[in-house]
Design a protein around this ligand. Structure first.
Ligand SMILES: Nc1nc2c(ncn2[C@@H]2O[C@H](COP(=O)(O)OP(=O)(O)OP(=O)(O)O)[C@@H](O)[C@H]2O)c(=O)[nH]1
Ligand SMILES: [Mg+2]
Length: 307
């Protein structure tokens, strides 16, 4: 299964990879790299959606390395630069004896509900006791969508109905999670447009109310980001961060996008750890984020043994 997923990851990034490869191979094979060569490579980086600020950083670092060390291949240099830019990006979820609450946030369609299901499936498979909470009280079918997942995965779910107070549902779910001695409570929320001030206020209210159960709740405030949208997500991520103080991110829909570079831009802009990546719509399509696997997927596998 893991092998399949890795293949899927690689297949998804194939478009990104192909462009980078041909451009890199040409670049570093030359004795003298001209300004025009760098410009061409810059265009390739933009095409892979690394985003303007990250492209600038990548090029600067690559130029520095190529001045001192012409032994390395282009792929080796880019690998080194990306590893530096992603340093600290791997989030790691650790279980404790107490209930941990994860609040899943993000704009419409980012993949929150699906990610709740996928993560619940993964935690449950590790022997953890998981409860779901349906705090998307905005959309009529939202509660049913989460309940359907709960039934499929044989999980308990604290339900709600359209128009209910999301903060009250969150409070009830926290109480239920504590009483039932759960390890994890995963809370789904409504897709909030980052520029809708009222919705962000509602989110802050949820946070205040949960603190009444336990001052540490919710320990995790994760932004679910649609990776196929590229670096457009950076602005929304910043706004969510200002409103709630994000502690982690999950980048979804990395299967089948040519914009694989956006992940670096998003991390570089926010420096919030990425815990998982989404590679499909099924429960098993969630992988812990690994810097090495990601770089392998966008540059090509590490056959020379360099890190
Ligand atoms: N290919 C792919 N599709 C995904 C992934 N994650 C979610 N989706 C799909 O994206 C669509 C939206 O996912 P949801 O989980 O409903 O998104 P949401 O953020 O809960 O949306 P709202 O509740 O409307 O705000 C669904 O069709 C999912 O199946 C992923 O990693 N890969
Ligand atoms: Mg949803």
């Amino acid at each position: 299964m893991m092998l399949n997923l890795f293949r899927k990851f690689k297949k998804g990034f194939l478009k990104t990879q192909k462009g980078l490869w041909s451009s890199l191979a040409g670049l570093f094979a030359k004795k003298l790299i001209t300004a025009e060569d760098w410009e061409q490579f810059e265009a390739t980086l933009y095409g892979a959606d690394f985003g303007p600020e990250t492209v600038e950083k990548i090029l600067q670092k690559m130029r520095e390395i190529s001045k001192d060390d012409r032994e390395k291949t282009g792929a080796q240099v880019l690998r080194q630069v990306l590893s530096e830019l992603l340093s600290g990006a791997e989030g790691q979820l650790e279980s404790t004896n107490d209930l941990q609450v994860i609040l899943m946030l993000g704009v419409n369609g980012a993949g929150k509900t699906t990610t709740v299901a996928k993560l619940a499936y993964q935690l449950q498979n590790n022997g953890e006791k998981v409860l779901l909470g349906s705090c998307d009280t905005f959309r009529a079918a939202a509660d049913q969508q989460l309940k359907t997942w709960a039934d499929r995965l044989k999980l308990d779910c604290v339900g709600s109905h359209q128009g209910a107070d999301a903060a009250a549902v969150a409070f009830d779910a926290c109480q239920a999670g504590m009483h039932r001695n759960c390890h994890w409570l995963l809370l789904d929320t409504a897709g909030r447009l980052h520029n809708k001030a009222g919705l962000l206020e509602e989110l802050k209210k949820m946070l205040r109310v949960m603190k009444k159960c336990n001052e540490h709740f919710p320990q995790h405030r994760w932004l679910i980001v649609d990776g196929s949208l590229g670096t457009n997500s950076i602005t929304q991520a910043k706004l969510f961060h200002e409103a709630v103080g994000l502690t982690g991110m999950i980048i979804t829909k990395l299967d089948g996008t040519s914009k694989g570079g956006a992940l670096v831009g998003i991390y570089d802009a926010l420096k919030i750890p990425i815990y998982y990546i989404g590679l499909g719509e099924n429960p098993e399509d969630l992988r812990p984020f690994s810097i090495k696997a990601y770089i392998d997927a966008i540059i090509g596998e590490d056959t020379e043994g360099d890190k």
